[in-house]
Design a protein. Structure first.
Length: 190
């Protein structure tokens, strides 16, 4: 938001029976309504997500039938894995990509090279598959871990993330913010 774009942040629980699907789709519906009510264009919305949230966003772009054909203008996936089904569609993003007739939208991937939760190979493989199917894709690899791409540090004692203090996570989080801005403004980060 500090870079000049409007940001909506959904609150969802991935531990629900539907994996958070209803909450994510309700958040998207809310966002789309607010954008239109304020005179904006809901086709200019960029979906961004960290970890499972990135996979949820990717699912909607690749399989827009889950939202009556709507697609975001771009997708940003931060430290995301793509092997399991997306909570928004219930399908594998990788499988959906092989048959989709959806118009390709730009994908921006940021992944920590030291991520012990989701191996960076998942973003590398997904980027290669997107490119092979004609979807614009940009992958940034940063020298941090899973939470570092969102400028955080996971604290196992409280089972939550805390603000990052190490340089790699701070720089990784800053890069992620700039990538989201670039996706929203249609510019390149390089």
């Amino acid at each position: 938001a500090a870079l000049g774009v409007t940001v909506f942040v959904p609150d969802w629980h991935s531990g629900t029976a539907d994996g958070g699907r209803d909450q994510l789709l309700a958040s998207l519906s809310f966002t789309r309504r607010r954008v239109v009510e304020s005179g904006g264009d809901d086709s200019a919305i960029v979906l961004a997500g960290w970890s499972r949230g990135g996979k949820a966003a990717a699912g909607l772009a690749i399989n827009p039938s889950a939202v009556n054909g709507w697609q975001p203008s771009a997708v940003v996936c931060l430290g995301s894995g793509f092997k399991n089904p997306a909570p928004t569609t219930g399908n594998s993003v990788l499988t959906d990509l092989t048959w989709t007739t959806a118009a390709p939208v730009p994908f921006w991937l940021v992944h920590g090279a030291k991520d012990p939760v989701v191996d960076i190979s998942q973003s590398r493989e997904f980027a290669a598959l997107l490119a092979r199917h004609g979807w614009p894709v940009h992958l940034d690899e940063v020298p941090t871990d899973h939470a570092g791409v969102v400028m955080a540090h996971y604290d196992p004692q409280i089972q939550r993330c805390r603000p990052a203090t190490d340089r790699a996570a701070i720089e990784g989080g800053r890069l992620s913010a700039h990538v989201m801005y670039a996706a929203a403004s249609g510019t390149n980060t390089n």
